[in-house]
Design a protein around this ligand. Structure first.
Ligand code: ATP
Length: 434
């Protein structure tokens, strides 16, 4: 690297190194000295460096070693009294440092793709080649941790400039063909940081999806990319962008973003907020977002989609319930004739994730009916229970479920005003005489 550029980057770094927490700086120094003593070089790379320039501290720290990452991880663990978990496929280890957290330590490597979309074959390399295998220029920067050039920024692809200009830029035209999951990563970073996918990169991205590159990616990796999008602070922005770029139907024809579902995206944020505020539990809030991307699949399509994305049984059920309930069930709830007990029968068998989506999709007038229902259900204690029936001497049998259901319906619809009234009704109608 020319000296002048190095000098510029050093002074540039001074502005940002203050953002590195002292604990991390201390550990970086330790790592640098250890690498030097082993005739190796260590670098902090990827998201940590990017986030530093965005004045954010990233909890995940990736270290790349020019040398032997696995042996380095063992040595660091021994020196710091930590635990190491090794994953040899890519020469990456995770070291858990007590009082600090998790460090990912990898060997600097090049990657080649035997087939597009497959996991790469890897080979040891220097840091520059390691940076070239990365997804975007903003993620292809490294901080040298060597004692003699501590915190020198390596930025061979002008990632810092792209970060300042607000551009997410891939490193070469075949980047998205090699690894189509980068399409999701591009959208995720663009929307998270309020940047723009650079024009030529967007062309490469669109060309790659036109070539049906998504077909080469395993369901597991696709599913994981969706989950990461749903975990973002604003999944609605990323989903809208994926819809606009035409990515979704390329993953599976049952996916897409219709105009009506696009309009729903802000409502999903509100519905999730309602569930959160009222402590109504959702096992996988991401599945509420996922439903926004469904194009009312038939049962056969729903099954094919579940298979493609390797959805769990519960996730698959959510897709099927969604296809049945939306939008027909909302129409029924909207009807003036629909009683609270009927709403209960319609909504209660559904996964909470489907209920939450329906709340988002409900027209304003129906929404009130639904929020009332959810609040009522949260604290609902049926006034009549099976043990009451036993106590009244009613012989156990199929009549129990009928009586309990009628009692609950009456309670929900306001036909009974209190437990006393329900008990009176049961005793009169069902208890044996005497
Ligand atoms: P996040 O803040 O979402 O965790 P990150 O950049 O730290 O973002 P990771 O998935 O932890 O993302 O990846 C760490 C680094 O590894 C990235 O910054 C990038 O340099 C590289 N990387 C990750 N995934 C890919 C990929 N699919 N192709 C190329 N490089 C990748």
């Amino acid at each position: 690297m020319p000296f002048r550029l190095m000098g510029f980057l050093m002074s540039e770094m001074k502005k940002y190194s203050f953002a590195i927490p002292p604990k991390t700086l201390k550990l970086f120094r330790q790592i640098g000295y250890l690498a030097e003593s082993r005739n190796e070089k260590a670098y902090a790379v990827g998201g940590f460096v990017r986030d530093l320039f965005l004045k954010k501290t990233s909890p995940d720290i990736d270290i790349t070693i020019e040398g032997d990452g696995l042996a380095f991880a063992q040595a660091l663990a021994a020196k710091t009294g930590s635990k190491v978990e090794a994953f040899t496929r890519f020469g990456t280890s995770i070291v858990i440092i007590s009082g600090f957290g998790k460090l990912d330590i990898a060997t600097a490597r090049t990657e080649t793709y035997a087939q597009p979309g497959a996991l790469p074959d890897v080979e040891k390399s220097g840091i520059n080649q390691d940076l070239f295998r990365r997804d975007f220029t903003i993620n292809a920067m490294a901080l040298d941790l060597s004692p003699k050039s501590f915190l020198l920024l390596l930025d061979p692809y002008q990632g810092l400039n792209d970060l300042k200009k607000g551009r997410v830029k891939a490193l070469h035209p075949l980047s998205f063909v090699d690894d189509p999951t980068r399409v999701f990563r591009a959208v995720r970073f663009e929307q998270r940081f309020n940047k723009r996918i650079e024009a030529e990169t967007q062309k490469w991205l669109i060309d790659s999806i036109g070539q049906k590159s998504m077909n080469t990616v395993s369901g597991e990796r696709l599913r994981n990319e969706f989950l990461l999008i749903f975990k973002e602070e604003h999944p609605e922005r990323a989903i809208a962008r994926l819809g606009k770029l035409g990515v979704l139907p390329m993953v599976h024809p049952a996916l897409g973003l219709s105009a009506s579902k696009r309009r729903l995206l802000p409502e999903i944020t509100k519905a999730l907020g309602f569930f959160h505020d009222h402590k109504i539990h959702l096992d996988s809030p991401g599945m509420v977002w996922f439903q926004a991307m469904l194009l009312t699949p038939t049962p056969v399509q729903a099954e094919a989609l579940a298979k493609r994305l390797m959805l769990s049984r519960d996730e698959q059920k959510i897709v099927v319930q969604h296809a049945k309930a939306y939008p027909a069930l909302l129409k029924e709830i909207a009807s003036k004739k629909t009683t609270p007990s009927r709403i209960y029968r319609l909504l209660s068998p559904l996964h909470p994730e489907v209920q939450c989506f329906l709340l988002a999709a409900a027209p304003k007038a129906v929404r009130k009916k639904m929020t009332d229902y959810f609040l009522k259900m949260k604290n609902l204690k049926p006034w009549l229970r099976g043990r009451d029936l036993k106590e009244f001497g009613i012989p156990p049998g199929f009549r129990y479920s009928y009586i309990l259901l009628e009692a609950l319906n009456g309670q929900l619809d306001g036909r009974f005003k209190s437990r006393k009234e329900v008990i009176q009704w049961v005793k009169q109608a069902f208890a044996p005489a005497g």
